[in-house]
Design a protein around this ligand. Sequence first.
Ligand code: FAD
Ligand code: NAP
Length: 338
Amino acid sequence: MLQIQKDVSLLPLNTFGMKVSAAYFSAIADESEIPDLYKEPAFANGLFLLGGGSNILFTGNVQQWVLHNRIKGIAVCKEDDQHIWLRAGGGEIWHDFVCYCVQRGYGGIENLSLIPGTVGAAPIQNIGAYGAEVRTVIEEVRAWHFEEKKFLVFSNAACCFGYRDSVFKRALKEKVLISSVVFRLDKNPVFNISYGGIKAELEQMKVAKLSLENISQAVMRIRSAKLPDPKKTGNAGSFFKNPEITTAYFEKLQLTWPGIPGYRLSGTSVKIPAAWLIEQCGWKGFRQDNYGVHPNQPLVLVNYGNAEGAAIARLSRQIRESVQDKFAIDLETEVRIY
Ligand code: FAD
Ligand code: NAP
Protein backbone atom coordinates (compact mmCIF):
# COMPACT_ATOMS: atom_id res chain seq x y z
CA MET A 1 0.00 0.00 0.00
CA LEU A 2 1.44 3.36 -1.06
CA GLN A 3 2.11 5.72 1.86
CA ILE A 4 2.18 9.47 1.23
CA GLN A 5 4.17 11.54 3.71
CA LYS A 6 4.25 15.32 3.94
CA ASP A 7 7.27 17.62 4.44
CA VAL A 8 9.92 14.92 4.27
CA SER A 9 13.61 15.84 4.51
CA LEU A 10 15.58 14.86 1.39
CA LEU A 11 18.92 15.24 3.19
CA PRO A 12 19.59 11.47 3.27
CA LEU A 13 18.53 11.20 -0.37
CA ASN A 14 20.92 13.58 -2.11
CA THR A 15 24.70 13.13 -2.17
CA PHE A 16 25.30 16.91 -2.31
CA GLY A 17 23.88 16.98 1.23
CA MET A 18 21.33 19.72 0.59
CA LYS A 19 18.92 20.35 3.46
CA VAL A 20 15.75 20.49 1.43
CA SER A 21 12.39 18.83 1.85
CA ALA A 22 9.64 17.30 -0.28
CA ALA A 23 6.08 18.63 0.07
CA TYR A 24 4.86 15.07 -0.61
CA PHE A 25 6.95 11.91 -0.56
CA SER A 26 6.37 8.24 -1.37
CA ALA A 27 8.66 5.29 -1.78
CA ILE A 28 7.56 3.01 -4.62
CA ALA A 29 8.37 -0.59 -3.71
CA ASP A 30 6.48 -2.33 -6.49
CA GLU A 31 5.68 -1.30 -10.04
CA SER A 32 2.03 -2.33 -9.52
CA GLU A 33 1.68 0.79 -7.32
CA ILE A 34 2.36 3.15 -10.24
CA PRO A 35 -1.05 3.05 -12.04
CA ASP A 36 -2.77 4.08 -8.77
CA LEU A 37 -0.72 7.28 -8.43
CA TYR A 38 -3.21 9.18 -10.62
CA LYS A 39 -5.98 8.70 -8.02
CA GLU A 40 -4.13 10.64 -5.33
CA PRO A 41 -4.72 14.41 -4.88
CA ALA A 42 -0.91 14.85 -4.54
CA PHE A 43 -0.61 13.88 -8.23
CA ALA A 44 -1.93 17.35 -9.14
CA ASN A 45 1.35 18.85 -7.82
CA GLY A 46 3.37 17.07 -10.49
CA LEU A 47 5.98 14.37 -9.89
CA PHE A 48 9.68 14.37 -9.11
CA LEU A 49 11.38 10.99 -9.66
CA LEU A 50 14.24 10.25 -7.31
CA GLY A 51 16.72 7.40 -7.17
CA GLY A 52 19.81 7.81 -5.00
CA GLY A 53 20.02 11.58 -5.57
CA SER A 54 23.63 11.29 -6.77
CA ASN A 55 23.17 13.32 -9.94
CA ILE A 56 21.06 16.17 -8.57
CA LEU A 57 21.73 19.57 -7.04
CA PHE A 58 18.71 20.83 -5.10
CA THR A 59 18.50 24.61 -4.85
CA GLY A 60 15.24 24.62 -2.88
CA ASN A 61 12.43 22.55 -1.45
CA VAL A 62 10.60 20.27 -3.89
CA GLN A 63 6.94 21.25 -4.27
CA GLN A 64 6.13 18.24 -6.44
CA TRP A 65 5.33 14.74 -5.20
CA VAL A 66 8.68 13.00 -4.82
CA LEU A 67 8.57 9.34 -5.86
CA HIS A 68 11.59 7.49 -4.53
CA ASN A 69 12.33 4.32 -6.46
CA ARG A 70 12.71 1.30 -4.17
CA ILE A 71 11.63 -1.39 -6.64
CA LYS A 72 13.96 -4.27 -5.81
CA GLY A 73 14.68 -7.74 -7.12
CA ILE A 74 17.17 -9.50 -9.39
CA ALA A 75 15.91 -12.41 -11.51
CA VAL A 76 17.32 -14.56 -14.29
CA CYS A 77 15.38 -14.08 -17.55
CA LYS A 78 17.29 -16.62 -19.64
CA GLU A 79 20.80 -17.91 -20.31
CA ASP A 80 22.90 -19.72 -22.87
CA ASP A 81 26.54 -20.86 -22.94
CA GLN A 82 27.83 -17.31 -23.48
CA HIS A 83 25.42 -14.99 -21.72
CA ILE A 84 22.98 -14.58 -18.89
CA TRP A 85 20.11 -12.09 -19.01
CA LEU A 86 19.22 -10.57 -15.62
CA ARG A 87 16.30 -8.30 -14.80
CA ALA A 88 17.08 -5.90 -11.97
CA GLY A 89 14.54 -3.66 -10.22
CA GLY A 90 15.05 0.06 -10.80
CA GLY A 91 15.44 0.66 -7.06
CA GLU A 92 18.35 -1.77 -6.67
CA ILE A 93 21.54 -0.01 -5.62
CA TRP A 94 23.82 0.04 -8.67
CA HIS A 95 27.00 -1.00 -6.87
CA ASP A 96 25.19 -3.88 -5.09
CA PHE A 97 24.10 -5.13 -8.52
CA VAL A 98 27.70 -4.88 -9.76
CA CYS A 99 28.86 -6.96 -6.75
CA TYR A 100 26.09 -9.52 -7.39
CA CYS A 101 27.34 -9.98 -10.97
CA VAL A 102 31.06 -9.97 -10.10
CA GLN A 103 30.56 -12.62 -7.39
CA ARG A 104 28.79 -14.92 -9.85
CA GLY A 105 31.29 -14.44 -12.65
CA TYR A 106 29.02 -12.37 -14.91
CA GLY A 107 31.15 -9.83 -16.74
CA GLY A 108 30.46 -6.47 -18.36
CA ILE A 109 29.93 -4.00 -15.51
CA GLU A 110 32.97 -4.56 -13.26
CA ASN A 111 34.58 -1.31 -14.53
CA LEU A 112 31.44 0.50 -13.34
CA SER A 113 32.03 -0.48 -9.70
CA LEU A 114 31.27 2.05 -6.98
CA ILE A 115 29.19 4.42 -9.12
CA PRO A 116 26.54 5.71 -6.70
CA GLY A 117 22.82 5.59 -7.43
CA THR A 118 20.21 3.13 -8.59
CA VAL A 119 19.83 0.64 -11.42
CA GLY A 120 16.83 2.61 -12.73
CA ALA A 121 18.91 5.74 -13.23
CA ALA A 122 21.82 3.94 -14.91
CA PRO A 123 20.35 4.03 -18.46
CA ILE A 124 19.35 7.70 -18.14
CA GLN A 125 22.83 9.08 -18.56
CA ASN A 126 24.30 5.80 -19.86
CA ILE A 127 26.63 5.68 -16.86
CA GLY A 128 30.23 5.21 -17.79
CA ALA A 129 33.67 4.99 -16.25
CA TYR A 130 37.10 3.50 -16.88
CA GLY A 131 36.47 2.75 -20.53
CA ALA A 132 33.06 1.10 -20.04
CA GLU A 133 29.49 2.23 -20.61
CA VAL A 134 26.33 0.57 -19.37
CA ARG A 135 24.79 0.68 -22.86
CA THR A 136 26.95 -2.27 -23.95
CA VAL A 137 25.11 -4.60 -21.55
CA ILE A 138 21.57 -3.20 -21.58
CA GLU A 139 19.13 -5.47 -23.43
CA GLU A 140 15.95 -3.54 -22.61
CA VAL A 141 14.45 -0.97 -20.26
CA ARG A 142 10.94 -1.24 -18.82
CA ALA A 143 9.29 2.04 -17.90
CA TRP A 144 5.88 3.52 -17.04
CA HIS A 145 4.91 6.33 -19.40
CA PHE A 146 2.91 8.89 -17.42
CA GLU A 147 1.07 10.36 -20.43
CA GLU A 148 0.38 7.08 -22.20
CA LYS A 149 -0.53 5.51 -18.84
CA LYS A 150 1.09 2.16 -19.60
CA PHE A 151 4.37 0.26 -19.32
CA LEU A 152 6.61 0.45 -22.37
CA VAL A 153 9.65 -1.69 -23.17
CA PHE A 154 12.58 0.06 -24.83
CA SER A 155 15.06 -2.05 -26.77
CA ASN A 156 18.72 -1.04 -26.60
CA ALA A 157 18.37 0.77 -29.94
CA ALA A 158 15.22 2.61 -28.77
CA CYS A 159 17.18 3.99 -25.78
CA CYS A 160 19.29 6.07 -28.27
CA PHE A 161 22.35 5.85 -26.03
CA GLY A 162 25.14 8.37 -26.48
CA TYR A 163 28.04 9.66 -24.41
CA ARG A 164 26.40 10.17 -20.94
CA ASP A 165 23.15 10.50 -22.84
CA SER A 166 19.96 8.65 -23.82
CA VAL A 167 16.38 9.23 -24.93
CA PHE A 168 15.47 9.38 -21.21
CA LYS A 169 17.47 12.61 -20.89
CA ARG A 170 15.89 14.07 -24.01
CA ALA A 171 12.48 13.27 -25.57
CA LEU A 172 11.38 11.20 -22.55
CA LYS A 173 12.84 13.48 -19.88
CA GLU A 174 10.61 13.34 -16.78
CA LYS A 175 7.97 11.47 -18.81
CA VAL A 176 8.76 7.91 -17.70
CA LEU A 177 9.64 6.02 -14.53
CA ILE A 178 12.15 3.24 -15.19
CA SER A 179 10.92 0.27 -13.18
CA SER A 180 13.42 -2.40 -14.27
CA VAL A 181 16.31 -3.04 -16.64
CA VAL A 182 17.35 -6.27 -18.38
CA PHE A 183 21.12 -6.73 -18.68
CA ARG A 184 22.93 -9.20 -20.92
CA LEU A 185 26.10 -10.22 -19.10
CA ASP A 186 29.01 -12.29 -20.27
CA LYS A 187 29.71 -15.71 -18.73
CA ASN A 188 33.13 -15.76 -20.41
CA PRO A 189 34.14 -12.19 -19.75
CA VAL A 190 36.64 -10.23 -21.78
CA PHE A 191 38.57 -8.05 -19.36
CA ASN A 192 38.93 -4.36 -20.15
CA ILE A 193 41.95 -2.90 -18.35
CA SER A 194 43.18 -0.57 -21.07
CA TYR A 195 41.90 2.61 -19.36
CA GLY A 196 44.60 4.60 -17.61
CA GLY A 197 45.18 3.65 -14.02
CA ILE A 198 43.65 0.17 -13.91
CA LYS A 199 46.78 -1.70 -15.08
CA ALA A 200 49.02 0.21 -12.66
CA GLU A 201 46.61 -0.42 -9.79
CA LEU A 202 46.49 -4.17 -10.59
CA GLU A 203 50.30 -4.21 -10.54
CA GLN A 204 50.31 -2.48 -7.16
CA MET A 205 47.83 -5.08 -5.92
CA LYS A 206 50.28 -7.75 -7.21
CA VAL A 207 47.51 -9.50 -9.14
CA ALA A 208 48.84 -12.66 -10.79
CA LYS A 209 45.67 -13.67 -12.67
CA LEU A 210 43.01 -11.28 -13.91
CA SER A 211 39.49 -11.77 -12.61
CA LEU A 212 36.27 -9.77 -12.37
CA GLU A 213 36.86 -9.47 -8.61
CA ASN A 214 40.30 -7.93 -8.88
CA ILE A 215 39.32 -5.53 -11.68
CA SER A 216 36.37 -4.40 -9.57
CA GLN A 217 38.70 -4.04 -6.56
CA ALA A 218 41.20 -2.02 -8.61
CA VAL A 219 38.47 0.36 -9.81
CA MET A 220 37.17 0.77 -6.25
CA ARG A 221 40.65 1.51 -4.94
CA ILE A 222 41.32 4.15 -7.61
CA ARG A 223 37.93 5.78 -7.09
CA SER A 224 38.23 5.81 -3.31
CA ALA A 225 41.66 7.42 -3.52
CA LYS A 226 40.69 10.03 -6.12
CA LEU A 227 37.07 11.03 -5.59
CA PRO A 228 35.55 12.72 -2.56
CA ASP A 229 33.28 10.39 -0.58
CA PRO A 230 29.79 11.99 -0.54
CA LYS A 231 29.32 10.68 3.01
CA LYS A 232 32.10 13.05 4.08
CA THR A 233 32.01 15.84 1.47
CA GLY A 234 28.80 16.54 -0.43
CA ASN A 235 29.09 16.24 -4.23
CA ALA A 236 27.38 14.73 -7.26
CA GLY A 237 30.42 13.46 -9.14
CA SER A 238 31.36 15.22 -12.37
CA PHE A 239 29.36 18.42 -12.61
CA PHE A 240 29.98 18.83 -16.36
CA LYS A 241 30.29 16.46 -19.30
CA ASN A 242 33.58 16.21 -21.16
CA PRO A 243 33.00 18.30 -24.28
CA GLU A 244 33.44 16.93 -27.77
CA ILE A 245 34.88 19.36 -30.30
CA THR A 246 35.87 19.05 -33.94
CA THR A 247 39.38 17.84 -34.77
CA ALA A 248 39.94 21.07 -36.68
CA TYR A 249 39.10 23.17 -33.61
CA PHE A 250 41.24 20.90 -31.41
CA GLU A 251 44.22 21.47 -33.71
CA LYS A 252 43.59 25.22 -33.57
CA LEU A 253 43.57 25.14 -29.75
CA GLN A 254 46.82 23.16 -29.78
CA LEU A 255 48.57 26.14 -31.35
CA THR A 256 47.88 28.22 -28.21
CA TRP A 257 47.79 25.34 -25.71
CA PRO A 258 50.30 22.72 -26.89
CA GLY A 259 49.63 20.59 -23.78
CA ILE A 260 45.86 20.38 -24.23
CA PRO A 261 44.79 16.74 -23.69
CA GLY A 262 42.34 15.19 -26.13
CA TYR A 263 40.98 11.74 -26.96
CA ARG A 264 40.14 11.16 -30.59
CA LEU A 265 36.60 9.77 -30.87
CA SER A 266 36.43 9.54 -34.63
CA GLY A 267 38.13 11.12 -37.59
CA THR A 268 36.27 14.36 -36.98
CA SER A 269 35.86 14.82 -33.22
CA VAL A 270 37.97 14.94 -30.07
CA LYS A 271 36.89 14.63 -26.40
CA ILE A 272 38.57 17.14 -24.08
CA PRO A 273 38.71 16.45 -20.30
CA ALA A 274 36.55 19.22 -18.83
CA ALA A 275 38.69 19.01 -15.68
CA TRP A 276 41.68 20.31 -17.64
CA LEU A 277 39.72 23.25 -19.06
CA ILE A 278 38.42 24.18 -15.60
CA GLU A 279 41.90 23.93 -14.08
CA GLN A 280 43.33 26.23 -16.80
CA CYS A 281 40.73 28.80 -15.80
CA GLY A 282 42.14 28.77 -12.27
CA TRP A 283 39.24 27.04 -10.51
CA LYS A 284 41.01 23.94 -9.17
CA GLY A 285 40.77 24.01 -5.37
CA PHE A 286 38.73 27.24 -5.39
CA ARG A 287 36.85 27.63 -2.13
CA GLN A 288 34.34 30.22 -1.00
CA ASP A 289 32.79 29.88 2.45
CA ASN A 290 31.50 26.32 2.58
CA TYR A 291 31.52 25.28 -1.07
CA GLY A 292 33.99 25.09 -3.91
CA VAL A 293 35.85 23.07 -6.53
CA HIS A 294 37.58 19.89 -5.40
CA PRO A 295 41.37 20.36 -5.05
CA ASN A 296 42.23 17.07 -6.82
CA GLN A 297 39.35 16.76 -9.29
CA PRO A 298 38.15 20.14 -10.63
CA LEU A 299 35.19 18.52 -12.38
CA VAL A 300 33.65 17.89 -8.97
CA LEU A 301 31.95 20.77 -7.13
CA VAL A 302 31.71 20.25 -3.39
CA ASN A 303 29.63 21.20 -0.38
CA TYR A 304 31.94 21.43 2.63
CA GLY A 305 28.87 21.63 4.89
CA ASN A 306 25.63 23.65 4.97
CA ALA A 307 26.24 25.28 1.57
CA GLU A 308 23.26 26.62 -0.35
CA GLY A 309 22.45 24.78 -3.57
CA ALA A 310 21.91 28.13 -5.27
CA ALA A 311 25.49 29.18 -4.43
CA ILE A 312 26.88 26.00 -5.99
CA ALA A 313 24.67 26.49 -9.05
CA ARG A 314 26.00 30.07 -9.34
CA LEU A 315 29.58 28.79 -9.10
CA SER A 316 28.84 26.30 -11.89
CA ARG A 317 27.65 29.16 -14.12
CA GLN A 318 30.80 31.17 -13.39
CA ILE A 319 32.93 28.15 -14.32
CA ARG A 320 30.99 27.68 -17.56
CA GLU A 321 31.41 31.35 -18.45
CA SER A 322 35.14 31.35 -17.84
CA VAL A 323 35.65 28.20 -19.95
CA GLN A 324 33.54 29.81 -22.66
CA ASP A 325 35.59 33.02 -22.49
CA LYS A 326 38.97 31.30 -22.54
CA PHE A 327 38.39 28.38 -24.92
CA ALA A 328 35.08 29.19 -26.66
CA ILE A 329 33.80 25.79 -25.48
CA ASP A 330 30.35 25.47 -23.92
CA LEU A 331 30.42 23.02 -21.02
CA GLU A 332 27.23 20.99 -20.73
CA THR A 333 26.00 20.44 -17.18
CA GLU A 334 25.71 16.74 -16.32
CA VAL A 335 24.07 17.17 -12.91
CA ARG A 336 20.35 18.00 -12.81
CA ILE A 337 19.91 21.39 -11.12
CA TYR A 338 16.51 21.68 -9.46
P1 FAD B 1 19.20 10.50 -9.20
O1 FAD B 1 20.29 11.45 -8.89
O2 FAD B 1 18.24 10.20 -8.12
O3 FAD B 1 18.41 11.01 -10.48
C1 FAD B 1 19.09 11.45 -11.62
C2 FAD B 1 18.05 11.84 -12.68
O4 FAD B 1 17.35 10.67 -13.12
C3 FAD B 1 16.96 12.77 -12.16
O5 FAD B 1 16.57 13.61 -13.23
C4 FAD B 1 15.81 11.84 -11.77
O6 FAD B 1 14.55 12.48 -11.84
C5 FAD B 1 15.95 10.75 -12.80
N1 FAD B 1 15.58 9.41 -12.32
C6 FAD B 1 16.15 8.72 -11.31
N2 FAD B 1 15.63 7.48 -11.23
C7 FAD B 1 14.72 7.40 -12.22
C8 FAD B 1 13.86 6.35 -12.67
N3 FAD B 1 13.82 5.14 -12.08
N4 FAD B 1 13.06 6.59 -13.73
C9 FAD B 1 13.10 7.79 -14.35
N5 FAD B 1 13.87 8.83 -13.97
C10 FAD B 1 14.67 8.61 -12.91
N6 FAD B 1 28.10 8.83 -13.21
C11 FAD B 1 28.72 8.16 -14.20
O7 FAD B 1 28.17 8.01 -15.30
N7 FAD B 1 29.97 7.64 -14.04
C12 FAD B 1 30.64 7.74 -12.88
O8 FAD B 1 31.75 7.25 -12.76
C13 FAD B 1 30.01 8.45 -11.80
N8 FAD B 1 30.67 8.65 -10.64
C14 FAD B 1 30.07 9.34 -9.63
C15 FAD B 1 30.77 9.51 -8.43
C16 FAD B 1 30.20 10.20 -7.38
C17 FAD B 1 30.98 10.37 -6.09
C18 FAD B 1 28.89 10.71 -7.51
C19 FAD B 1 28.22 11.41 -6.34
C20 FAD B 1 28.19 10.55 -8.70
C21 FAD B 1 28.77 9.88 -9.78
N9 FAD B 1 28.11 9.69 -10.99
C22 FAD B 1 28.71 8.99 -12.01
C23 FAD B 1 26.77 10.26 -11.22
C24 FAD B 1 25.60 9.35 -10.68
O9 FAD B 1 26.08 8.42 -9.78
C25 FAD B 1 24.89 8.65 -11.81
O10 FAD B 1 24.35 9.56 -12.72
C26 FAD B 1 23.74 7.75 -11.29
O11 FAD B 1 23.25 6.94 -12.34
C27 FAD B 1 22.58 8.54 -10.70
O12 FAD B 1 21.71 7.62 -10.07
P2 FAD B 1 20.67 8.06 -8.98
O13 FAD B 1 19.81 6.87 -8.67
O14 FAD B 1 21.36 8.66 -7.82
O15 FAD B 1 19.83 9.15 -9.77
P1 NAP C 1 40.73 10.40 -15.49
O1 NAP C 1 41.03 8.95 -15.48
O2 NAP C 1 41.64 11.33 -14.76
O3 NAP C 1 40.59 10.91 -16.99
C1 NAP C 1 40.25 12.27 -17.26
C2 NAP C 1 39.31 12.32 -18.42
O4 NAP C 1 39.97 11.88 -19.59
C3 NAP C 1 38.15 11.41 -18.18
O5 NAP C 1 37.04 12.22 -18.05
C4 NAP C 1 38.10 10.49 -19.38
O6 NAP C 1 36.90 10.58 -20.09
C5 NAP C 1 39.24 10.91 -20.28
N1 NAP C 1 40.08 9.73 -20.53
C6 NAP C 1 41.08 9.25 -19.77
N2 NAP C 1 41.65 8.17 -20.34
C7 NAP C 1 40.96 7.93 -21.47
C8 NAP C 1 41.06 6.97 -22.50
N3 NAP C 1 41.97 5.99 -22.45
N4 NAP C 1 40.19 7.04 -23.52
C9 NAP C 1 39.26 7.99 -23.56
N5 NAP C 1 39.11 8.94 -22.62
C10 NAP C 1 39.95 8.92 -21.59
O7 NAP C 1 39.24 10.64 -14.94
P2 NAP C 1 38.65 10.61 -13.48
O8 NAP C 1 38.03 11.89 -13.18
O9 NAP C 1 39.62 10.03 -12.52
O10 NAP C 1 37.45 9.56 -13.66
C11 NAP C 1 37.73 8.23 -13.97
C12 NAP C 1 36.53 7.63 -14.67
O11 NAP C 1 35.38 7.67 -13.81
C13 NAP C 1 36.14 8.38 -15.94
O12 NAP C 1 35.71 7.45 -16.89
C14 NAP C 1 35.01 9.27 -15.50
O13 NAP C 1 34.09 9.52 -16.52
C15 NAP C 1 34.36 8.43 -14.40
N6 NAP C 1 33.75 9.31 -13.40
C16 NAP C 1 32.56 9.89 -13.72
C17 NAP C 1 31.92 10.70 -12.81
C18 NAP C 1 30.57 11.30 -13.13
O14 NAP C 1 29.93 11.82 -12.24
N7 NAP C 1 30.12 11.22 -14.36
C19 NAP C 1 32.50 10.95 -11.58
C20 NAP C 1 33.72 10.38 -11.31
C21 NAP C 1 34.34 9.55 -12.22
P3 NAP C 1 35.58 9.76 -19.70
O15 NAP C 1 34.96 10.54 -18.60
O16 NAP C 1 34.80 9.81 -20.94
O17 NAP C 1 35.95 8.37 -19.28
